[in-house]
Design a protein around this ligand. Structure first.
Ligand SMILES: [Zn+2]
Length: 250
């Protein structure tokens, strides 16, 4: 057995047991071994890692760790502009789009409400989620570390918060999206875009209350669901305003 030392930075420490956080850890293993495998042996999913420094130089996931190496591991800086050559991951996604695992249904609704392209199905398997993330270049949001360890997942994000509202704030902060909200532009049911529609085109399908009190309507291009600015809309507008204030850089 040989030894290498590892140090994990910032929120990567969340994946370590409390006694192992923010300190240099010794890794005893048969070396050389790929740095990606050794990082994951500590419980840190590779999708959370953006920068690996071995003995003072940035290296990729395939770097073979040797006896005596000093390895520093830094978290995903999707929102911070660090020099592209230092990144171990593929190019960041241009348009921030998401796919969520089955346990994040409420967060999916909130992201759609805020206007982000968000795929969610409560019956998708881990294989399907990994494939969708890869093929459609969507960031996979999950609280399942095992899912993030799949090698097909290059853009994944471990959601730390458990409450949906806090999760929304976490995701908006993490990907620096406070200025990118486009509230009520997407269907909450199917994720397609909404378009304005004339009242008389949808009049037959409106409940009497909506027909009596509202003049402006929007319709989903996908499932046809009709939206108007009722009490739910007003409540949700205030909710999103507060979220936006909370996550905006001061
Ligand atoms: Zn729809």
């Amino acid at each position: 057995m040989q030894r290498a030392s590892f140090r994990f930075y910032a929120e990567l420490n969340d994946f370590l047991p409390p006694v192992r956080r923010a300190r240099t850890l010794e890794c005893r293993s048969y070396l050389p071994a790929p740095v990606k495998d050794l990082i994951e042996s500590f419980g840190v999913p590779h999708t959370e890692v953006d920068l690996i420094v071995a003995n003072g130089e940035s290296v990729g996931f395939t770097y073979l760790v040797r006896d005596g190496d000093r390895i520093s591991v830094y978290p995903v800086f999707e929102s911070i502009d660090i020099t592209p050559v230092l990144r171990v991951r593929p190019q960041p996604l241009r348009e921030t789009r998401f796919v969520l695992d089955a346990h994040l249904g409420r967060l999916a609704g909130y992201l759609r409400m805020a206007g982000f392209d968000t795929l969610y199905r409560n019956d998708a398997s881990d294989e399907e989620l990994a494939a969708i993330s890869k093929n459609e270049r969507r960031i996979l949001l999950t609280r399942d570390r095992g899912l993030l360890k799949r090698s097909a997942v290059t853009h994944g994000c471990y959601v730390r918060e458990t409450n949906a509202r806090s999760q929304l704030e976490e995701v908006l902060r993490r990907f620096d999206l406070s200025g990118r909200l486009a509230p009520f532009t997407r269907c909450l049911r199917c994720n397609q875009r909404l378009a304005a529609v004339a009242k008389d085109e949808v009049a037959e399908r409106l409940p009497p209350q909506a027909s009596r009190y509202y003049e402006e309507f929007w319709q989903c291009a996908g499932c046809g669901k009709i939206y108007w600015q009722g009490s739910h809309y007003r409540r949700m507008s205030r909710f999103l305003e507060r979220i936006q204030q909370a996550v905006s850089p001061s």
